[in-house]
Design a binder for this molecule. Structure first.
Ligand code: MN
Length: 301
C-alpha cells in the first residue's frame, strides 16, 4: 500500500538491507530476513549478490512472493575483482562477478543491481588512472547492456575516499554516468558516504540530479537512524523538492549479526545495536516520519 501524506501519495518505497538481519543467505537466514522485513512493512529487501548456482533461488522467489515484498541486489567488487584497473585478468573477474549478480537479480525477479559496481571497495594507495577509469566505463557499458536485456538497472554507489579512489561525490558520479551513456544506469547515494565527502546531503541530491535512482539511508556512525549527526530533515526536504521517487533503503551493520569476514571488510569495529528487529522497526518509523514531514513542509511553503 502506498503511504499517504497531506498532498496524497508519498511514492517512495522503503527498503531494508538484508545485512541488518543476517550475515549469509542460507535457507533459514533468507526466510528470517524476508519475513521479518515484510512484517515491519518494508516494501523491499536488498540482498547481497550470491552466486545463483550456489543458493536455492526458487526458494528465495517463493519467500518473496509469499511475503509480498520485492528484492534488489547489491554487491561491492574486491581487489581481485576490480574493474577500475589496467589489469585485464582482474577486470575479467570483476566483469564475471557483475554478470553473475545480474543473473542472480534476474533469477529472483529483482530489477536493480547496485553498490560499489565500478571499482573495488578498498583503500587504494594511488589515484585512479585515466585508463582504469576508461576500463571501468567500458565494462559497465557491457554489464548495463546485459542487465537491460532483463529489465534490470545498474546502480553506481559512490563511497568515501577510504573505500574507493574513483567516485567519491555525487557530481563525479553524475559525470561518470553521463559518460557511460546507458539509460539503465542510475546514481546510488549513500548518506554515510556522502557525509564524509559532500558539502551537505541536500547539495548531493542536487548534484545527482535526475540520475538519482537509489538511496541508502545510513547514519553517520552506521547505527540507528536519527541517533547520529546527519541532517535527514534537510535531505528529505530536498528529495521532496527534487520529486525523488526511488527507493530509500535502511543500511546499518552490527557485529551482533555479521561474521568476522564481513566485519573486517566493512570495518564494523563497534556494535551499534544488538536487536535487528528493533533497529529495522525504528528505521522504518523514522523514514516514514521524515517523508511525511518533508511532504508537509513542501505543501506549506
Ligand atoms: Mn551503502
Amino acid at each position: 500500500m502506498p503511504r499517504s501524506g497531506e498532498s496524497g501519495v508519498v511514492p517512495n518505497r522503503l527498503g531494508v538491507h538484508a545485512g541488518v538481519w543476517v550475515g549469509d543467505w542460507s535457507p533459514g537466514s533468507a526466510r528470517y530476513a524476508i519475513e521479518s522485513s515484510a512484517e515491519i512493512g518494508y516494501d523491499l529487501i536488498e540482498i547481497p549478490a550470491v552466486d545463483p548456482r550456489e543458493v536455492d533461488v526458487a526458494r528465495t522467489v517463493r519467500l518473496l512472493d509469499s511475503s509480498g515484498i520485492d528484492a534488489v541486489v547489491s554487491l561491492a567488487l574486491g581487489a581481485d575483482t576490480d574493474i577500475n584497473t589496467e589489469d585485464a585478468a582482474t577486470s575479467a573477474r570483476g566483469e564475471a562477478l557483475l554478470g553473475s549478480a545480474v543473473d542472480f537479480a534476474r533469477d529472483i525477479g529483482a530489477t536493480y543491481v547496485g553498490g560499489v559496481t565500478y571499482s573495488a571497495m578498498v583503500k587504494y594507495t594511488h589515484r585512479a588512472t585515466a585508463a582504469s577509469r576508461e576500463n571501468s566505463l567500458a565494462v559497465l557499458r557491457r554489464v548495463a547492456r546485459k542487465a537491460g536485456e532483463s529489465g534490470i538497472s545498474i546502480g553506481i554507489e559512490y563511497v568515501n575516499r577510504y573505500e574507493s579512489n574513483l567516485l567519491n561525490t555525487a557530481a563525479q558520479t553524475a559525470l561518470f554516468i553521463a559518460e557511460l551513456g546507458a539509460g539503465n544506469v542510475v546514481l546510488h547515494l549513500d548518506t554515510f558516504h556522502a557525509n564524509s565527502e559532500e558539502t551537505n546531503l541536500a547539495s548531493a541530491v542536487r548534484d545527482a540530479g535526475s540520475r538519482l535512482g537509489y538511496i541508502h539511508a545510513s547514519e553517520s556512525h552506521r547505527g540507528l537512524l536519527g541517533t547520529g549527526i546527519l541532517d535527514f530533515a534537510g535531505l528529505f526536504r530536498q528529495l521532496a523538492e527534487s520529486d525523488y521517487r526511488g527507493p530509500i533503503t535502511f543500511e546499518s551493520f552490527s557485529g551482533a549479526v555479521h561474521p568476522a569476514t564481513t566485519v573486517g571488510t566493512i570495518g564494523i569495529w563497534r556494535d551499534p545495536w544488538t536487536d535487528p528487529a528493533l533497529a529495522a522497526r525504528e528505521a522504518h518509523a523514522f523514514l516514514t516520519a521524515q517523508l511525511a514531514a518533508a511532504t508537509q513542509s513542501i505543501d506549506a511553503a
